[in-house]
Design a protein around this ligand. Structure first.
Ligand SMILES: Cc1cc2nc3c(=O)[nH]c(=O)nc-3n(C[C@H](O)[C@H](O)[C@H](O)COP(=O)(O)O)c2cc1C
Length: 368
């Protein structure tokens, strides 16, 4: 029987010292202002969860253009830096570590969320299906995007670098480049959303080029061993995005390229995001091997699966998403093998403290 201690032993993930093997997965909660500035509620929310070995923040917009959902935070203005600073300080004071997930949504956006009603940008002008959340608290289909011109791509990479610089200024322990879940970088990677004929479209080497160039650029701002990358070869969300036609080859090539950069970690969503774990439907081990560095596994993990993944050496950390919403003290609950509280899906996105900072810890929940 594998040892539960596997979950709780400290580890180094790149240059980051983590107190245990439990990561908090990035979770959009849509409680910032429309200017992307967090309120002090976010300080409480992240502080409550600081016993995670590593917190990966909710996806954070690298630019106004990169925004696709109302009330999501940014990391591209001085006000963003000032709002993140107390969050990071609170997590550090509680002994935790926190990296910022850098996000450009690409086509998963709406003219109402863009500057002067501009069209969202994407590798190709192909419209996404799934609904997104607007300032009016209504949902809408993402707008028809326009294809980025080749000479605009350097500017996108520069936006990532600018955000990475501000994340450093704010005091984060590192950054995670969000190349998963059908957002901009993943839209370039997949042949279903990339019909370009320039150096960023066509064969696998071309489609993965932007992700590699972004990560390379960010790793010039941060030491590479403080930069992680998230991939999700098997998910259709966001945007009901069809998968790449040869995901094993495509993401395998990307993992190999990323492996040459000396990064902190590769983080994979194993399956349809929020669906069951599908580690047996795709060779994530091959991805991990191609990358050659530390591996964070995610999607549908429970205590048993996490212990097995860590004890067998399959993963170096396991990221939990939904369990961290309803269980701020998830680490303690896993330690005691205690019951987990179910989070209220109605308050996943938007609103205030309710369903955000008011979930009880085990010791509080046990009180009469
Ligand atoms: C409310 C909610 C918000 C999410 N936001 C993000 C996000 O900002 N960035 C991201 O990469 N994944 C996001 N995800 C996906 C999670 O990080 C994670 O991959 C997914 O919940 C599966 O893990 P779990 O089974 O432990 O919940 C989100 C998931 C949920 C439920």
């Amino acid at each position: 029987m594998p040892d539960a201690d596997a979950l709780f032993s400290p580890t180094r993930i790149g240059a980051i010292e983590a107190a245990n093997r439990i990561a908090m997965a990035p979770l959009t909660r849509s409680r910032a202002g429309m200017d992307g500035v967090h309120s002090p509620l976010a300080v409480d929310y992240y502080r409550q969860r600081a016993s995670a070995g590593l917190i990966i923040t909710e996806a954070t917009n690298i630019s106004r253009q990169g925004r696709g959902y109302a009330f999501t935070p940014g990391i591209y203005t001085p006000a963003h830096v000032e709002a993140w600073r107390p969050v990071i300080e609170a997590v550090h004071r509680a002994g935790g570590r926190i990296v910022c997930q850098l996000w450009h949504v690409g086509r998963i956006s709406h003219v109402d969320l863009q500057e002067n009603g501009a069209a969202p940008v994407a590798p190709s002008a192909i419209r996404a299906g799934e609904l997104i959340f607007l300032e009016t608290r209504t949902q809408a289909q993402p707008s028809m995007p326009r294809a980025l011109e080749t000479d605009e791509i350097a500017g996108i990479i520069e936006d990532y670098r600018h955000a990475a610089r501000l994340a450093k200024e704010a005091g984060f322990d590192g950054v995670e480049v969000h190349a998963a879940n059908g957002y901009l970088l993943d839209q370039f990677i997949r042949d279903s959303t990339n019909r370009r004929t320039d150096a960023y479209g066509g064969p696998i080497e071309n489609r993965t080029r932007l992700a590699v160039e972004v990560v390379t650029g960010v790793a010039q701002i941060w030491d590479a061993d403080r930069v992680g990358v998230r991939l999700s070869p098997l998910t259709r969300s966001a945007g009901d995005t069809p998968l790449d036609s040869t995901p094993q080859a495509t993401y395998g090539h990307l993992a190999r390229e990323l492996g040459t950069l000396g990064l902190a970690y590769l983080h994979c969503v194993e399956g349809q995001t929020r669906g069951p774990n599908a580690a047996d439907a795709f060779d994530f081990k091959a991805l991990h091997a191609a990358f050659g560095g530390r591996y964070i596994a995610n999607n549908g993990y429970d205590r048993r699966l996490a212990i097995d993944a860590l004890a067998s050496g399959y993963a170096d950390m396991v990221a939990f998403g939904r369990p961290f919403i309803g269980n701020p003290d998830l680490v303690e609950r896993l330690r005691r093998d205690a019951a987990l509280a179910e989070a209220d899906r109605a308050t996943y996105y938007g609103g205030g403290a309710e369903g955000y900072t008011d979930y009880a810890r085990l010791d509080e929940a046990a009180l009469p």
